[in-house]
Ligand binder design. Structure first.
Ligand code: NAG
Ligand code: NAG
Ligand code: NAG
Length: 359
């Protein structure tokens, strides 16, 4: 009996120690990066960075089981928990910036503006492809309006970072609509125009005075569950990934040129999401990822998806399944990583050149 009691107390103590050291690590991390107290993070783009802008009544991100890991309920993040924005903010020693929609409700104190603002909407791209959210151009115009209203001053902007996520909705739309919708006969010619429009958006942000403008490389779309379902989540589609490589090469060329045309030559950087996704997917076990390509949350059949509910007979019937271990699964749904997936990607980014990219 007695020895069992001892064992119990011992394990409680060691648990406490583990928790405490975890917290200390996070504090160290935060202070390490807190050398720029007035730096803010402004975020533009799509669901890879949206933390709650998308419309509640339409998007799955506001339905159970989204958010089950963090914060424990759906809050508009397209994952079971934290997304890329949260990890970038953490690295910068900031809280995740408030969403533009929340600011528009007039219910948040001005104090909450100090970490920046998130303008990103799930489902959007650089073109007008979504009827439910503003494209990147319109998102940037929302920031310009706030500057005109003195919500943010020009000097707030010059000390800040802009992050732009263009994670492939333009391409999904292109494929879904059969391609020729804008008069682009081939996928490569459409990729060129996506890069051109992204470049226009980056120049627009530069004209607002941002010290640092970071654009995400495109992740390997051919490895997303929507592309690997055909092979029962066994292998990435390399044809699709070759097209992604073209996007990323053109983006690199364009950003290199922008820097050459800029006085300090370092305003624009690329966050290499492609490489970090690939590293994690090639060596999942070094990140404690056991399920590599199969998503955690799926519809019970092809007509349903993660978050689907059937309202027949006035009963809510769940039409999705959630895996037992989201913490060891890379993908959450058809398109998005789990919090564990993002954490692994973040760790890869940090191993390489996150500091140079963000500072
Ligand atoms: C972005 O959206 C606005 C408003 O809907 C639209 O006028 C504009 O043409 C779009 N931009 C691009 C590049 O498609
Ligand atoms: C791979 O992706 C390409 C481009 O989207 C598509 O045309 C092709 O059918 C896909 N192949 C497989 C095996 O899914
Ligand atoms: C473009 O790619 C080259 C070669 O991989 C790399 O050294 C360079 O840093 C990249 N440029 C940007 C802006 O990321």
């Amino acid at each position: 009996m007695d020895s069992q009691k001892h064992l119990f107390i011992l394990s409680c103590l060691s648990l406490l120690l583990v928790l405490l050291s975890g917290q200390m690590e996070m504090q160290v991390e935060a202070t390490r990066h807190l050398n720029h107290p007035s730096k803010k993070l402004f975020v533009f783009g799509d669901s890879y960075v949206d933390t709650g802008n998308s419309i509640k009544t339409i998007f799955d991100s506001w339905k159970v089981p989204y958010g089950i890991t963090f914060p424990g309920k759906p809050v508009g993040r397209f994952s079971d928990g934290r997304v890329l924005t949260d990890f970038l903010a953490k690295y910068l020693g900031l809280k995740s910036p408030i969403t533009h929609n929340l600011w528009n409700t007039n219910t948040v104190p001005k104090h909450d503006l100090k970490y920046g603002m998130n303008f990103a909407y799930g489902g959007t791209g650089v073109f007008e492809i979504s009827s439910t959210g503003p494209n990147v151009t319109t998102q940037i115009n929302s920031l310009i309006k706030l500057i005109q209203e003195n919500v943010y001053t020009p000097s707030d902007i010059t000390k800040s970072i802009a992050y732009v996520s263009v994670a492939g909705n333009d391409y999904n739309y292109y494929l879904k609509t059969g391609g020729a919708f804008l008069g682009f006969p081939s996928f490569p010619s459409f990729i060129e125009s996506v890069i051109e429009q992204t470049t226009t958006n980056l120049i627009h942000l530069q004209s607002l005075g941002f010290e640092r403008i970071v654009v995400g490389a495109l992740q390997p779309l051919g490895c997303l569950p929507q592309a690997t379902a055909e092979t029962s989540f066994q292998s990435c589609n390399s044809t699709f990934n070759d097209l992604v490589a073209l996007h990323n090469n053109l983006l690199n060329q364009s950003v290199t040129k922008l820097n050459q045309e800029t006085n300090d030559h370092t305003t624009f950087t690329i966050l290499d999401i492609f490489d970090s996704f690939k590293s994690v997917l090639n060596h999942p076990s070094s990140h404690n990822i056991k399920e590599r390509l199969k998503p955690c949350c799926v519809g019970v059949s092809s007509e349903y998806k993660c978050g689907s509910v059937d309202y027949k007979n006035l009963n809510k019937v769940k039409k999705y399944l959630v895996c037992e271990n989201p913490e060891s699964t890379f993908f959450w749904d058809q398109l998005h990583p789990t919090q564990a997936g993002w954490n692994a990607v973040y760790n890869e980014l940090e191993k390489k050149d996150l500091y140079q990219v963000l500072y």
